[in-house]
Design a protein around this ligand. Structure first.
Ligand code: DAH
Length: 341
């Protein structure tokens, strides 16, 4: 029996030393220490030993068991730390590899120009208003003195939502004048930027959706001189000192007198070129003194108060600001174009 125990000890210890995996280790444990294991089988035969041999063999058997248990524990620890090391190696992150750069967006040039315009007007005491793009025809037309039958009300020009032409996509930011008059205390100084919609085909100068900035001042004693002085100041701040403008007579139903303001072409300096279509000038806005009818409809007495207003094309203003030649560049949103600003 003694030899058997020694053999088991030696065999088991050398087998345990070579274990590579947890299952292997478990199999060895079962093989030697399990219920049907070799050591257990030897112990079962203890009963047959003599009274003197039994305690000696018992002690030896216990020693063997203890040494096997220790060896199993050591082997288990070794496997565990090897597994941990392998995992750390596999999951290692090389912090010296350069990161992936994320392509950064930029503000659209038109909104950069709008930010400048807002800053200029806010600096002069104007409030910036926002208003609905789905508008009542009453505010877009009637309250702006454009009566039934006015050509701008035609179905071929305007996106209406209903058969009887009451609700529409606003065709201009001018209804914001009415909204301001209806909701604000006098005197009023506002600008109102936003999208407007017309049934136009897309070409180098047209789009069915574009942007305007409306402006309006109502106070006592306001004149056309204030209008020209304010707009010239704005243009010089936006485009630089000495930028030349001109005011041409025009017609709008909601202003009297009405005008359009041009700015001298940045490309040719007024000589005429493709950018200004040979004109030497680029039209930026319509403007005028608010028609007494419009004031009256808002319950403002035109004998006491007067006002001026303008509606500026934002795309054109931005194109002149950043020297962009084609309107379509503004809408295409090609990043190669946008990244320049
Ligand atoms: N709403 C006009 C348009 O879309 C532009 C305009 C002209 C606005 C004269 C005004 C103004 O406020 O006084 O063509």
């Amino acid at each position: 029996m003694k030899e058997t125990l020694e053999r088991i000890r030696q065999e088991a210890l050398s087998a345990l030393e070579g274990t590579q995996a947890a299952q292997e280790l478990e199999a060895l444990r079962v093989k030697y220490l399990g219920k049907k294991g070799e050591l257990t089988a030897v112990l079962k035969q203890m009963g047959r030993l003599s009274a003197e041999d039994r305690p000696v063999m018992g002690q030896l058997a216990n020693e063997v068991r203890a040494s096997l248990e220790r060896a199993i524990e050591t082997a288990a620890k070794k496997l565990e730390s090897a597994a941990l090391e392998a995992r750390l190696k596999a999951e290692a992150v090389d912090v010296t590899i350069p990161g992936q750069s994320i392509r950064q967006g930029r503000k659209h040039p038109m909104y950069l120009a709008l930010d400048e315009i807002k800053d200029i007007f806010v600096g002069m005491g104007f409030t910036v208003l926002d208003g609905p793009e789905v508008e009542l025809a009453e505010l877009n037309f009637d309250r702006l003195n454009a009566e039934e039958g006015h050509p701008s009300r035609d179905w071929s020009d305007t996106f209406y939502f209903d058969e009887d032409s009451r609700v529409m996509l606003r065709s201009q930011t001018s209804p914001m004048q009415v909204r301001a008059m209806d909701s604000m205390e006098l005197p009023i100084r506002i600008i109102a930027p936003g999208r407007v919609y017309r049934k136009d085909e897309v070409d180098a100068t047209h789009s069915p959706m574009f942007h305007q900035v409306e402006g309006m001042v109502i106070d006592k004693g306001v004149t056309m001189a204030d209008l020209k002085g304010t707009l010239n100041t704005v243009v010089e701040q936006l485009y630089g000192k000495g930028t030349v403008t001109r005011f041409r007579p025009h017609h709008f139903p909601f202003t009297e007198p009405s005008c359009e303001m041009d700015v001298q072409c940045h490309k040719c300096g007024g000589a005429g070129c493709p950018t200004c279509k040979g004109e030497g000038w680029i039209e930026l806005l319509g403007a005028g003194m608010i028609h007494p009818n419009v004031l009256r409809m808002a319950h403002i007495d035109p004998e006491v108060y007067s006002g001026w207003a303008f509606g500026m094309g934002l795309e054109r203003t931005a194109m002149r600001r950043f020297k962009i030649a084609d309107l379509r560049l503004i809408f295409e949103n090609d990043v190669r174009f946008l990244e320049q600003f």
